[in-house]
Structures are given as structure tokens and as C-alpha cells.
Write a protein that binds this ligand. Sequence first.
Ligand code: ADP
Length: 478
Amino acid sequence: MEKINLKQAAYINGQWVNADNKIAVNNPANNDIIGYVPDLEKDLVHQAINSAAEAFETWKNTSPDIRYNLLQKFYELIIRDREKLAKIITIENGKALQDARKEVDYGANFIRYFAGEPYRISGATLPSANINNRTQYIKQPIGVVGAITPWNFPMAMIARKLGPILAAGCTAVLKPSEFTPFSCNALIELLIEAGLPKGVVNVITGDAAMIGEIMTSHAQIKKITFTGSTRVGKIIYSNCANQIKKLALELGGNAPLIIFEDANQNLAIEGIIASKLRSGGQSCTSINRIFLHEKIYDQFIENFKIVFANVKLGDGLNEENDLGSVINQAAIDKYEYLIADALSKGAELVLGGKKLSGQGCFFEPTIIKNANPNMEIFSQEIFGPIAVFYKFSNDQEALALANKTNYGLASYLYTQSQLKARHISENLQYGMVGINETILANEMFPFTGIKESGIGVEGSHLAIDEFLNIKSINYRVS
Ligand code: ADP
């Protein structure tokens, strides 16, 4: 494979910068160190925020054409470098190359979609209670946005935030995951090539808690948009309280999939496989609990096993593999703990259950059946290539089990009955429902969670409002 140049720096006020202290980044497929990013001191974090604040004064007043041109050019460059970006994702995240290519397309589409949004930011004029008055409201960019992103979609999560931030006329300070900073930097190189003005986007790397504290307490940061764990989301939420800082949180999930007796079973099997192969099941929307009707239980699991056992596991760079490595040993330790707990409480292991011997963080496609709500695996986010089956006998029971969680992100159901699909989807306590489909997120889909899964919307025409303030103006007409 030709050598890929990784940008090993932070990006502040239009300059790539470095520091004496560094953070090592490794490839989870072989544990090799692939590069380093700076472990920035506090003053550079402040510099990044101040430069975004200064740039905002100009960027907020740019014409829609300027913002469209930048984003559209950025999109074209991402597509030009699709292969290189996919490889960077694979070597720092571990996911299979074919999956990484899908991530590049997924992320790029957000940039293309939001390129057009500057033309559509609008307000309205409303009547007033006083007949001599009118009310007008306009929408204005919020200001500097602090964006904190995770490692599971290292490129797409940056793109999904950058599209609406830039389209709205905001500027940004990005903090990518310390495990996967190079996908972010590769994107920023393309954004610079597309004509990014100085200070409009900055990238900082370093101690996450320190950066989080500065971002949440800095008066110039007007909004935080965070994607990551519910644990960290709660810290950020509480730290934002002091300044009533606006925030969007896209947090963990505990997605149920209900497969009713009348489901198209082949479609359901395809759906579970797609969900488990997407970032190796390391996605907050990945199916965590499968509720299967008792009448189809054993046969369905047998059929599913045949397909899941055929999944090719190995180095993500090898085109033949469907499933790459997971992010690190800590993830594997968690799977082993959850599986052991489930088996000790009566679950049965149908397939897999182990890490591959040798280097790298490869975990076998795994199936567990006869699980029940007393097991840890029922309430914790697995984040891996593990399918866990529960049995139910009627619709009410399935719905109650599905809703028995503090999370409320994605949920899924398979049935051929229109009425049942409508009824169950309206009663699932989740921000998103997939009916006979498990891949939901795209640039046109309002991605949103309730309960402890988050606040705010990403994707669709609703998402630009996350980065705009409403200003109401009352004026006299006579
Ligand atoms: P995950 O389990 O998906 O890695 P995390 O919530 O740990 O989720 O990480 C998501 C992002 O949040 C990463 O960029 C990480 O560095 C960052 N992060 C971790 N701790 C904090 C914190 N205390 N404040 C702000 N950001 C944090």
C-alpha cells in the first residue's frame, strides 16, 4: 500500500501548530503507532477559541454564495480523495475499508446538503397585538461553536457538524477523539484547499477534560455540539449550566429491534447484519437488543447464524474483510464481561464470543440467545459485533421490554402489518424508528434522541436551526 501522509498537528488561526508533548495514535488492527498529535497547553486552546471569535466577525456577514462555494468545493475535494480518506479512517479506527468508504460518502453528503442551506435561512413577518406594530423575526448565526466528536465515525461526525456550522455563518473549534484525529485533519486539509478563511475552523488536540472545561466556560463559545458517551455528555451539560450555554448532545443508545411473527425474516436478517457491520456495531444506533417472537425464535436464530458466521473478520485494509478490528482492548474487555455475565445468568452462546488470538483487536461475530432483562447486556450499550436475542409472546410485552431503558435514540421493528408498524412506532419511546430498515442516518434524516440519548437534531433542514439564534424585532408602521 502506498504510504499515506498523516497531518500530525493541530490547526489554529490558519496555521498548523505543534507542541513538545504529544499524544500517540495507534492502529487497532496491529497496535502499531501510526503518528502523533500535539498535547496542547491551555494557552493554545484559548488562542484557537479567540481566533474563531475574531473570524466570526467577518464570516457571519458573508453572502450565501461565499458559504455555498466553500462547502461545495469542499465536497468535491472529499470525493476526489475518497480512497485516501477511507484508508485513514481504517488505519486509525480499524473498520473495514468497504465500510470506511461508506463513511466518507455519508460525511460528504452532509457537506453537499448543507452547501445549499445558506440560501434558505429565512425569517418571517408576523402581525402584532398592537395594530400600529409589526413583528419580524430573523435568524442570526450563534457565534463560535465548540464541537467535540468521537472515534466511531471519525470523519462523518466532523462533517455532520461542520456542514451546518459553516452554512449558518458560525465559526468552529473542533476537538476530535484522541483515538482518531487524523481523519479530522485530512478533512481540514481539504477544507483549506477549498479556500477556508483564517480562523473560521480550528482543530485542537490534547487533554479532553481540560479542553472540555475551557470550552464550556469560555465566554466566546456560544454553543457546544457533542457526540459521545452519555457519561461525558452529562459532564458537559452540567458545565454549560453556569453560562446557560446552548448545547446539542448526541449520546449513547440501547436500540431495540422487535421482530414480529409476520416479519419478512430475510429482510430482518439483512437488517441486523447491516447494523452490526456498520462500524463493527460500534455505533450509538446499532441494534443492542433483539426481541424475537417466540413462534419464530429458534428457526430465525439458526438462519441468522448461518449468515453471521460467514462474515469475514480481519484487517480492515484487506478488501475481502467485512468486519475489521474494534477500537481497543478496553472494548474487548467490556464484551467479555457482558458475555460472561449473561451466560452466568442463563443465556446461551450460539456463535463466537472470543477475541481472535494474535495481534489486534478482532472480536468474533457473536450471537447470544435466551437473554433476559436481569443481565447487564440488557441495559448497557454493547458497541460491538454481538447480537443478543430475547423472546417475547405478545406486542405489549415487546413494547414494554423495548422501552425499559433510560436511553431513547434509535429503535427498529420488522412486521408486514401497516397498522402494527404505525402503532408500535408511535409508542416506542425513542427519537428515531426504523420500520423494516436498520440504516437510518443520512443527511436528509433528522437524527435525534430523547431521554438520556440527547438533545438537538443533526441532519435535514431542521439542523441548521441548531446554529442560529432567533431575534424578534417589533417595529411601528404608523
Ligand atoms: P466514546 O466512549 O465514544 O469514546 P467519549 O464520550 O469518551 O465517548 O468521547 C467522545 C469525545 O469526548 C472524545 O473526543 C473525547 O476525547 C471527549 N471527551 C472525553 N472526556 C471529556 C470531557 N471530560 N470533556 C469534554 N470532552 C471529553
